[in-house]
Design a protein around this ligand. Sequence first.
Ligand code: 2NL
Length: 344
Amino acid sequence: MEQKIRSLGERAHAELGAAVDAGALEAWRVEHLGRKGALAALMTQLGAVPKEDRPRLGALANDIKSGLQASFDRRLAALETERRRAAEAAERVDVTLPGAPPNPGRLHLTTQTLRRICRIFHGMGFEIFESPEVESDQYNFELLNMPQHHPARDMWDTFYVNETTLLRTHTSPGQIHAMKGRAPEPIRVVLPGRVFRYEAVSARSEFMFYQVEGIVVGRNVTMAQLKGLLESFASQMYGGKRRLRLRGSYFPFTEPSVEVDMDCILCGGKGCRICKGAGWLEIAGAGMIHPTVLENGGYDPAEFSGFAFGMGPERIAMQVHGIDDIRYFYSNDLRFLAQFSAGA
Ligand code: 2NL
């Protein structure tokens, strides 16, 4: 009996060394120390040994049991320590490594273009003026020489907020605000901003886009000065010495009115993909401010004259970068936008 108890203890010790994870350790505990384990089974047999041997054998079995329990506890603690050490090694963070670089983003292509345009005009003595996107019918149409039911209103389909309030279809109402605020002082103003048209969206037109509009009002302001100013602008904006031509056109708020063409930046006039074979690119609409509009702005047309011009930053960016669809600008696909990082 004594031999059985001792060999059971030795075997249990040997097997404990082979238990390498929590599952094996628990299985070992159930087998050797559990209520239905091997040692417990031997204890029940103690009743069958001679009476005088029972205390010694009982004490021996208890010694071996507590020895196994102590070994088990040590092994369990050692396994737990090992598990933690491995987890810590796996999760270790090296705080001395440099951080992940932040993504600073970039200015939208339209914003980059607007800022370049404004900077060039600012360099030629213009102030930058901003005004609301929601306007009255009066400022968007009436004061710009388009009374109710005037057929010229057909040129601008509009989003109405109510009978008298709308989303501006051009930045021109802002120029009325500028004139009224400054008259009768001479002014040079550029006005960048968002405008809206109630139109089908296509490769050539969006329902929301931007304009930059400029006006000059003073004594003896002439169309020749308009051409000179825009020639200087075009050279700074597109690079090189640019040539312009003015074609007769119509706007209700200017008289005479013109479209402004520039020699093509890619072919210089020979005709190519960018200018669609024409040799010229249309860069702006312009004209001499209509006397009625000058008067509405607070200037006496007998004493003052002025010119105005308007251009589209998206169209300019499309010409410069060879972009063939305006919808890329505001569909917010970073694969498109991230190509233009000059402002980052
Ligand atoms: C274009 C054409 C233009 C104007 C804007 C204007 C403003 C006042 C008085 C007279 Cl207050 N004219 N603005 C004049 C001619 C053309 O814009 O194609 N824009 C994208």
